[in-house]
Design a protein around this ligand. Structure first.
Ligand SMILES: [Zn+2]
Length: 248
């Protein structure tokens, strides 16, 4: 491929993920997954040792101009004087340890929080939540770091969290929130919404009786289907419309 055409394709790929990243911020805010806090990132499509994340700003108002570029160690690539998120190290550490992951959310969705504290494993109980996977571990910052401000604000803490996540799709943070990972932005939005909905449904079902969770086989088959291009595109169109960007 001639160099100029290659460069044009590269620039186009970057613009596509940046537009999706802005949309993902707005969608997650609209769906009450992230509020004034929490964030979503995407790996650089050309430089796999970098990622994009908004500057420290409420996701509901993030624009293209707010997006910053970071190395996986959390160093800003440009000289933007604006403040980055303190918890950006969550993203870099996960991208370092998981080459299969290209998009990450960190949020404090309230329905999920009880499961960070009680001894009830969070497991999919309905098909749309199969995307969270069979096992959701809980990371407790006390174990390695003792009393902290509860933020994952160093690379050391980011790596500790990434180790608890392991090869899984979701990890909970005790008394704090969750991280969700996926191979692309549309999928990580689906995982984040599925996680929150599943947590709320398990709570309401437990009030009625015993929960019959999906089997490992059902989780595998359902999640494979839902994370296909067609279901993701259909869901994404719905979320984009609900966020007020229908037709874009
Ligand atoms: Zn947080």
């Amino acid at each position: 491929m001639p160099e100029d055409i290659g460069a044009a394709h590269g620039a186009e790929a970057i613009e596509t993920v940046l537009t999706q990243l802005v949309m993902a911020n707005r969608i997650l805010a609209r769906e009450d997954i992230i509020d004034g806090f929490g964030h979503v990132s995407v790996r650089h499509p050309l430089h796999r040792d970098r990622y994009f994340l908004s500057r420290s700003r409420s996701p509901e108002i993030v624009t293209r101009d707010d997006i910053m570029e970071f190395t996986l160690d959390g160093e800003q690539v440009s000289n933007d004087p604006r403040n980055p998120y303190k918890e950006r190290h969550i993203h870099g550490a996960i991208y370092k340890e998981r080459p299969d992951v290209n998009a990450v959310t960190h949020h404090h969705a309230r329905a999920v929080l009880p499961f960070t504290m009680v001894d009830i494993p969070l497991r999919p109980m309905f098909h749309m939540a199969s995307v969270i996977g069979t096992e959701v571990p809980v990371w407790d910052s006390q174990d390695e770091f003792g009393d902290t401000n509860m933020l994952v604000d160093t690379m050391e803490m980011g790596h500790a969290l990434a180790r608890t996540l392991g090869k899984r799709t979701v990890a909970l943070l005790r008394g704090h929130g969750a991280v969700c990972v996926a191979s692309n932005l549309k999928a990580v939005v689906m995982v984040s919404i599925g996680l929150r909905d599943n947590a709320a449904l398990v709570q309401s079902t437990l009030a009625l009786g015993k929960v019959k969770y999906l089997t490992d086989g059902e989780i595998e088959k359902s999640s494979k289907m839902l994370l296909g291009a067609m279901p993701l595109a259909r869901a994404w169109d719905y979320w984009v419309a609900r966020a007020g960007y229908s037709g874009l």
